[in-house]
Design a protein around this ligand. Sequence first.
Ligand SMILES: *Cc1c(COP(=O)(O)O)cnc(C)c1O
Length: 236
Amino acid sequence: MVDQQLAERYQSVTQSVAQAIAAANRDAGEVTTIVVTKFHPAQMVLDLLELGARDFGENKDQEAAPKAAQVRALDVPEHRWHFVGQLQSNKVKSVLNYAAAIHSLDRESLLGALVKEVAKKKAVGEFKDIDVFIELNLTDDPERGGMQPADLTRFATSVLESPGVNLVGVMGVASLDNQIEADFERIRLASETLRTLKPEANLISAGMSGDFGTAIQYGATHLRIGTAITGPRQYN
Ligand SMILES: *Cc1c(COP(=O)(O)O)cnc(C)c1O
């Protein structure tokens, strides 16, 4: 039995997403909802699969690796894991075992680790290039993940020259509540810049529980929604 409250939240968010897409005159096929399941058990992922969710997000390898393995061991529909958190280079090898996409590529050293680990995987078996989004930092705080939009062209050029990684778009987290629209506009402009280098890299990972409606207006293609669907996270 799927948790009833989870089902209600999932349906309600799905409906709000559909309404925002229609209001923005966009096509539903352009927008993927990633349910961010961090701090929640594998059972919730199984429930969400039953409800129709197929894309899941996690931000810590220590938590995601066993959860993804638990789910994969069962007879479940095809699904994808998205790594959305700050990623340490020494975790790349593990993340590549389950993630279909990494949304948080934000520095040369991480790019280097990805190139190296993808090459190792290709040497021992069949392995596809890893999809990556370049994460933007929309604040002045260097502690936050992401790179300054001004550095995007230089870094994107470097990513495009790197084997094993497939650059698909940009990712961002809106900063302050009173700046959400300005932040999403900056992400949209960064996406335009990236498309001058690679037209197919047209994905935009933006929008969370509190701001996905606005993100859809500004062209988001990949929403990362946690609490609005999962309910509050249990920190311990
Ligand atoms: C946790 C997380 C989310 C989801 O946040 P909610 O506010 O719960 O929707 C989205 N993106 C990233 C990078 C996260 O770490």
